[in-house]
Design a protein around this ligand. Structure first.
Ligand code: PXL
Length: 306
């Protein structure tokens, strides 16, 4: 290779390779039953995003439709892990939280975005704080949660830039009665706006049921004043871990600079295909959805500019 060629190819490499985005993920490890960190990690990794984890608890399975599961609380470790990273100078493009085991854990994690915040050269904060307020589904609180936890989660959401509740969690955060649906999309739009009045500039509600057996997400961006829905044909059944799958895929899209609309679309596509395959294979739904099959396609979708 002559000098000229080697110089120009170096230039090209510099243009293509930038630093990886880095996420701090605060979720539990449910050792079996694909949800929380066993979903968050592969989804962010396939997107080319580095994911460092602060496990909030270790359970043998998630808590839905299983009995006899183990639960090791890691509240004391949460600030210690963050403090160590801070001492190493670790900073993150996003701090993304999901399942917390107790209201005390929410308090133990409250200052983590501050400890791990990334700033640009002008000192402006560039860390996206995403909160998935995991606590309920299908009109019911998950085992172990009470209204004190809901109050704690509402406070916790106030410091987020983006929250991703399902319909049940959105109702709890807003103090509304749960409506099984089909949902009035004008009412859903109002809910996304009311949620943003808590603090987050972007709110995305999952588990929205439109008319005609459609099912999906509604999103609102306060700064752009945009609202939209993304709905697909509903597949019968209850699918664990799909909230985590959607939120992780959405975060990946946003960190890859997709628009909110496109990031929702790519995330919902991954969730929908995974549910469809799980339904068709007749797998035990307690163990989560077959998303692995679609990770390659998801990674391509993230890089496709349309
Ligand atoms: O997918 C949400 C989730 C996460 N972690 C645990 C859960 C659940 C939902 O049931 O039980 C431990």
């Amino acid at each position: 290779m002559n000098k000229m060629t080697s110089k120009s190819s170096n230039k090209q490499v510099k243009k293509v390779i930038g630093p990886e985005k880095k996420v701090c993920a605060l979720h539990d490890i449910s050792c079996a039953g694909r949800c929380s960190l066993t979903v968050v990690l592969p989804v962010l990794s396939v997107a080319g995003i580095e994911c460092n984890v602060i496990p909030t608890a270790i359970l043998s399975t998630h808590t839905g439709e299983f009995t006899g599961y183990t639960f090791r609380d890691l509240t004391d470790d949460i600030p210690l892990i963050a403090d160590h990273w801070q001492s190493l100078g670790r900073t993150y493009d996003a701090v993304y939280s999901g399942f917390f085991g107790s209201a005390q854990q929410l308090k133990a994690a409250a200052d983590i975005p501050e400890k791990l915040r990334k700033r640009d050269k002008d000192g402006r904060n560039t860390t996206l704080v995403m909160v998935d307020p995991v606590m309920a589904d299908a009109g019911k609180l998950y085992t172990g949660f009470d209204m004190l936890f809901v109050d704690g989660m509402r406070e916790y959401c106030k410091t987020a830039d983006i929250i991703v509740p399902n319909m049940t969690e959105a109702c709890l955060l807003l103090g509304k009665n749960y409506d099984e649906g089909p949902h009035d999309l004008n009412e859903v739009k109002k809910m996304t706006k009311e949620l943003s009045e808590l603090g987050p500039s972007i709110t995305v509600i999952t588990g929205v049921k439109g008319g005609n057996g459609n099912y999906g997400a509604a999103y609102f961006d306060r700064e752009k004043n945009t609202f939209g829905t993304d709905l697909k044909i509903m597949i019968p059944g209850r699918y664990y871990g799909t909230g985590d799958l959607f939120a992780s895929a959405l975060l990946a899209g946003l960190l890859k600079d997709l628009s909110l609309e496109r990031a929702c679309d790519v995330a919902l596509d991954l969730v929908h295909r995974s549910i469809e395959r799980t339904y068709k294979t007749g797998a035990d739904v307690r163990y989560g959805v077959d998303f692995e099959t679609f990770l390659g396609r998801f990674a391509k979708d993230l890089n496709r500019r349309i």
